[in-house]
Design a protein around this ligand. Structure first.
Ligand SMILES: NC(=O)c1ccc[n+]([C@@H]2O[C@H](COP(=O)([O-])OP(=O)(O)OC[C@H]3O[C@@H](n4cnc5c(N)ncnc54)[C@H](OP(=O)(O)O)[C@@H]3O)[C@@H](O)[C@H]2O)c1
Length: 338
């Protein structure tokens, strides 16, 4: 346990690809919780592609991180001291604790108390934002039916690897795209995808045609860019495109323009293309959790953790995530579990 509050603050806004030097490491005194506040020690810090968007000076579904402020990030931690009626020392909680050892949560901050004995790693992956995003995006936006063909990009990543497995549980044919042969092998051999495409070495449009002989009914889009472009041309009439994220376009000052053939293809093929944010489903969390927990217990849903040791590696870890270093859910162990 550290005696100081080590943290990364945002030093400058990236102008192109994110650099480690966009963050400054500093050590501050551990803050004292004021009236109505709780002090929380970070245990696990989630690294998410969306973090890249938060450092631009543009609001997303949250305000941008301010210059000189601790970098934002989703954290599971333990309450150290509390002046909040709803929290006591020792409680396990999740919230936006940021890239630091300790965070103070005020009365207005969203913080969720976890049940004692909770599996914290599962809570940050398959039963957390990752699993819930895959679940609601595929099932509520995609609405898969038995026998349909589902294609998912960033398929060896946190969300994509869960999407493909849920689609298999729902009786679909599943094709994943990933950025290395090892990742492609993992999703087919270990996760049960029907086929995989290495989008870095194969002609995606052509190979999608081979692996999806009956066309694509659902394209779960984690990447946007060239893969979205190719998938669009292979969509079946009445197909659904689930817009989950645009990871191919986050880390650049010059994102590609939108795909060709739009909106004509949507019209002619009667496609539905719909975005969502996982928080839209917060009030239905128990429903998703029951299914995800059961599928994991039955061995039908596997999840892989890409754990990085030490808060000091957060910038490097995020940059690597954006460049495809990870397989499965990337997170940082900031301190040991109690
Ligand atoms: N809508 C929501 O509420 C919500 C919630 C959570 C996440 N998301 C989105 O879901 C997507 C996946 O997030 P995640 O947390 O599961 O991350 P992740 O997939 O574990 O990690 C990102 C992956 O993106 C791939 N990638 C990077 N650049 C790429 C490019 N140019 N083209 C194709 N693939 C590229 C890399 O794998 P390769 O080796 O395969 O390139 C990398 O491993 C992201 O777009 C994220 O923003 C949305």
């Amino acid at each position: 346990m550290t005696l100081m509050n080590r943290q990364y603050v945002l030093a400058r806004r990236p102008t192109g690809a994110l650099q480690e030097s966009d963050f400054t490491w500093q050590e501050a005194a551990i803050p004292e919780p004021g009236p109505g506040e709780a002090l929380v020690r970070s245990i696990y810090l989630s690294l998410d592609p969306a973090n890249r968007g938060w450092v631009n000076d543009v609001p997303t579904y949250r305000p941008p991180v301010g210059l000189g402020e601790p970098m934002a990030g989703f954290v599971i931690g333990q309450v150290v001291a509390s002046n909040r009626e709803d929290l006591a020392a020792g409680d396990l909680v999740e919230g936006d604790g940021g890239w630091q050892d300790y965070a103070v949560y005020g009365a207005d901050d969203d913080v969720v108390k976890l049940p004692p004995g909770e599996d914290l790693i599962a809570r940050m992956s398959v039963r957390g934002v990752t699993g819930l995003t895959a679940y609601w995006g595929l099932l509520d936006i995609g609405q898969p039916r038995t026998g349909e063909t589902v294609v998912v990009s960033a398929a060896a990543g946190a969300v994509g690897s869960i999407v493909g497995q849920i689609a298999k549980i729902k009786g679909c044919r599943v094709v994943g795209l990933a950025g290395s042969d090892e990742k492609c092998q993992w999703i087919v051999d270990d996760l049960g995808f029907d086929a995989a495409i290495n989008y870095k070495t194969e002609n995606v449009l052509k190979v999608l045609g081979q692996h999806c002989p009956d066309g694509i009914d659902i394209y779960f889009d984690n990447t946007g860019g060239d893969i979205l472009q190719a998938a669009l041309f292979r969509m079946n009439q009445g197909g659904r495109i689930v817009c989950c994220g645009v990871v191919s376009q986050y880390d650049t000052a010059t994102p590609l323009p939108g795909p060709h053939g739009m909106p004509g293809l949507l019209v002619v093929r009667r496609l539905r293309m719909e975005g969502f944010i996982v928080m839209d489903y917060d009030d239905r969390r128990a429903e998703a959790d029951a299914d995800l927990t059961a599928w994991v217990a039955e061995g039908r849903l596997k999840y892989k953790i890409d754990m990085i040791e030490g808060l000091e590696n957060a910038p490097r870890g995020l940059i690597g995530l954006l460049h495809g270093e990870n397989t499965g859910k990337r997170m940082i162990r900031v301190s040991e579990e109690p």
